[in-house]
Design a protein around this ligand. Structure first.
Ligand SMILES: Cc1ncc(COP(=O)(O)O)c(C=O)c1O
Length: 397
């Protein structure tokens, strides 16, 4: 009999991945995947960039590159991160295959089986599966619309043995909750970590560029913290250029990045040089800021459309967050209602979403669900929400 490892035997396919199969049916209105809108990808710009590259740059793109990243991209990425106020000169940078790989490498270099990790509840499902793969014990801390609850976080970090090794947060346009941390909450989190050094903060900033209003542009905690707090800041081109580029990064203390580089050597040797060459040219030619403006307007419009539909169709007992950026709205059902049963009824009506328990580190809390407004054809949003509202009403009778 073949014998799988303990880590893989502990894994289950994520509810989100499973749902993608139903969601790809063209007749189904899907609010399930956290996918960017394909009509917004910078296809024309990248066509132009590729056509204008020198033969040497094109050849570089097909070649293996250094493990930390294609040097010109590392340079332009440092500029980009410096402009956000991030301490690029006191830290190291590594380009990864999406930011999920940055989270994975960080977990790989810190976590032994049985170590404990504190996350938000709800939490990005990809990070949950990474942490479970390394057999970490997860402690979820609830959040409200301003971020993680500080007294509960204090208890999770200080009141329990063993002391957690990692605190993982998604403070900006949270997946799935759609919320954003304000500066006061950011400072309170940093105060809890200040001068202790034994807890690494993974600050996941996959959506930070997608704020709808300038006043909500996030300043990362990595930019606010002093060096007594080891912050591993992860970012990504996935939600802007497209996940097919598979480009993310980790900005972290030098010794952490060195270990991640060692780990990455045995995973994929280097991230795609081809897409790194394209991303580098995009940044160097100053194409990012105009493009981001287009994205922000498009996603803000879609969010409004979904919020208007929720307002028009949902019963008063159903509540939801009002996002100020990103892709998601988090819906709170009446506590007696189970999102999986609601999903079954919604699927019968031809619409899908992701049930709340997929994002619960304990896999239980299921009186909530995630709606993604990023990908659904805009003229289908209202119809899809109306169908879910009908399913809610049917349930309540
Ligand atoms: C919060 C969050 N972090 C990280 C990722 C990983 O994205 P990627 O690996 O494509 O950069 C995602 C993707 O959905 C996400 O929602």
């Amino acid at each position: 009999m073949i014998r799988f490892s303990r880590s893989v035997n502990a894994m289950q396919s994520s509810a989100v991945r499973e749902l993608m199969k139903v969601a790809s049916d063209p007749d189904v209105i899907s609010f399930a995947g956290g996918m960017p809108n394909p009509d917004l990808f910078p296809v024309g710009e990248l066509d132009e960039i590729y056509a204008s590259l020198s033969l040497k740059d094109k050849q570089n793109g097909f070649q293996y590159g250094p493990t930390p990243g294609y040097p010109p991209l590392l340079e332009s990425l440092r500029e980009y991160l410096r402009a956000k106020g991030l301490p690029v000169d006191r830290n190291d940078l590594i380009v990864t295959a999406g930011s999920l790989q940055a989270i994975n490498l960080t977990a790989k270099v810190f976590v032994d089986a049985g170590d404990s990790i504190v996350t938000e509840t709800p939490c990005f499902v990809g990070a949950i599966s990474v942490f479970k793969f390394y057999q970490a014990e997860l402690r979820g801390v609830p959040i409200n619309e301003g971020g993680v609850l500080i007294p509960e976080l204090d208890k999770a970090l200080n009141g329990v043995h063993p002391t957690p090794k990692i605190l993982y947060l998604t403070p900006y346009f949270h997946n799935p909750a759609g919320i954003v941390y304000g500066p006061e909450r950011q400072r309170q989190v940093l105060n809890l970590l200040h001068h202790r050094g034994d807890v690494v903060l993974i600050e996941d900033d996959a959506y930070g560029e997608l704020y709808f209003e300038e006043r909500d542009r996030p300043v990362p905690m990595k930019a606010m913290a002093d060096d007594s707090v080891p912050v591993c800041y992860t970012g990504s081109f996935s939600k802007i250029f497209g996940p097919g580029m598979r480009l993310g990064w980790l900005l972290a203390p030098r010794d952490v990045v060195r270990k991640c580089e060692l780990a990455k050597q045995g995973v994929d040797a280097c991230s795609s040089t081809f897409t790194q060459v394209l991303a580098d040219a995009f940044l160097r030619r100053g194409m990012l800021s105009g493009y981001l403006k287009r994205l922000r307007e498009a996603y803000a419009r879609r969010a409004k459309r979904m919020l208007d539909s929720l307002e028009a169709h949902m019963p008063k007992s159903v509540k939801w967050t009002v996002p100020r950026g990103g892709f998601y709205i988090w819906v709170q059902l009446p506590s007696v209602m189970d999102a999986s049963e609601l999903l079954e009824k919604s699927v019968r009506r031809g619409t899908v979403f992701v049930v709340g328990k997929a994002f619960d580190p304990q896999g239980k809390k299921n009186d909530c669900l995630r709606l993604s407004f990023s990908h659904t054809p805009e003229d289908k949003i209202d119809e899809g929400i109306r169908k879910i509202a009908e399913a809610v009403r049917e349930k309540r009778q």
